[in-house]
Write a protein that binds this ligand. Structure first.
Ligand SMILES: [Cu+2]
Length: 219
């Protein structure tokens, strides 16, 4: 920028240089228009307040809404590459090691998968309460009985919009113990604000009991 200005205002500048300077000014204006357009473009892509936020929420939904879901052994993302059939059901894993572990004691891992059909209706959720154990893999299959509702569990970062006649799947690990509110995130009528459910994640007690049992055996 300064280079162009210097040439233009240089008192010793020759005619030719002045012409170059003039052309530079034109180029500069073109350049500025280009920069301005670029900034506008970037703004539309990254900014846009509400629009951008909606986009982000959609992405979050996609991350949890996977077809093969979570590996029941390691808890990571499962792949269709690593599957194993057990009692007429196909399970997906993140690596061959997990298939091996699973196949040695399938019931142990299957007992941690909680498949729950969650229905939103005017005005509540079914079943209610939903009770799982810590570290369970929760698989929600969500439907709506009547109008568009939302399933919102703040502490688990779950926010799903569900239309009538639609089915959405969400899968996550219940790694936080506590009693959490399920609320509706889409205005659905006069009872919307009272549309609440409970999602309860209990501490694993069997483990403690087993440890106690082991201590008795050692006595
Ligand atoms: Cu609702």
């Amino acid at each position: 920028m300064t280079a162009y200005a210097l040439i233009r205002h240089s008192p010793t500048g020759e005619g030719g240089q002045e012409i170059v300077g003039g052309e530079g000014g034109y180029e500069m204006r073109l350049f500025l228009v280009f920069v301005f357009t670029l900034i506008l473009g970037l703004n539309m892509v990254y900014g846009g307040g509400k629009g951008g936020h909606e986009h982000h929420t959609m992405k979050e939904e996609k991350q949890t809404d996977t077809k093969v879901g979570i590996c029941p052994v390691m808890g990571g993302a499962a792949s269709t590459e690593y599957s194993y059939n057990y009692k007429d059901k196909t399970y997906y894993f993140c690596c061959p090691d997990c298939i091996e572990k699973f196949s040695s004691e399938p019931e142990k891992y299957i007992s941690k998968i909680k498949e729950i059909k969650l229905m939103a209706y005017k005005y509540g959720f079914k079943p209610d309460p939903i009770v799982v154990k810590k570290d369970d893999i929760v698989r929600f299959t969500i439907t709506s009985k009547d109008v568009t509702h939302g399933v919102y569990i703040k502490e688990y970062g779950i926010k799903i919009r569900i239309k009538k006649s639609e089915t959405k799947k969400v899968e996550f690990i219940a790694d936080k113990v506590g009693k959490f509110d399920i609320s509706c995130s889409v205005y659905c009528g006069s009872g919307h604000s009272k549309m609440k459910g409970k999602f309860i994640v209990e501490e694993i007690k069997e483990k403690e009991e087993m440890e106690e049992h082991e201590e008795h055996e050692n006595e």
